[in-house]
Every structure is written in structure tokens, then in C-alpha cells.
Design a binder for this molecule. Structure first.
Ligand code: FES
Length: 63
């Protein structure tokens, strides 16, 4: 498996992250490592920074 991480912007939806990412605090400490997840870019998720599917109900459009 590749060490590269892919971030795919989905039309009118989230940003799909494929691979493992370390979330690091301001001091450089790894707070959490997460694999294969979606980030919210619509602002409606109740689980930010992750997508919870609320973009569909909100009718989010990237245009
Ligand atoms: S992009 Fe899915 S909830 Fe925001």
C-alpha cells in the first residue's frame, strides 16, 4: 500500500481522504491518526471537521 494520501473533492459534497493522516496539535503532538474519511466543506456537519452527510439535506452546491 502506498504512503501517499489522496484528497478527492466530490461534486457538491465532501472531500474524501484516502490513506492515513496524523492530526497534530500546535506543539507537534499527534492527537489522532485516522484512515479513509471525509471532510466537510459545506459547513453543515454536526461532526466537523468530518462530513456527516448533512450536505445532501442542506442542498450544498459548490458552484
Ligand atoms: S460536506 Fe458533507 S456534511 Fe458538509
Amino acid at each position: 500500500m502506498s504512503d501517499r494520501v489522496t484528497m478527492r473533492v466530490k461534486p457538491n459534497g465532501s472531500i474524501r481522504v484516502t490513506g492515513t493522516v496524523d492530526f497534530v496539535d500546535a506543539d507537534g503532538n499527534v492527537m489522532e491518526s485516522k484512515t479513509d474519511f471525509s471532510l466537510c466543506r459545506c459547513g453543515h456537519s454536526k461532526e466537523k471537521p468530518y462530513c456527516d452527510g448533512s450536505h445532501r439535506e442542506a442542498g450544498f452546491s459548490a458552484e
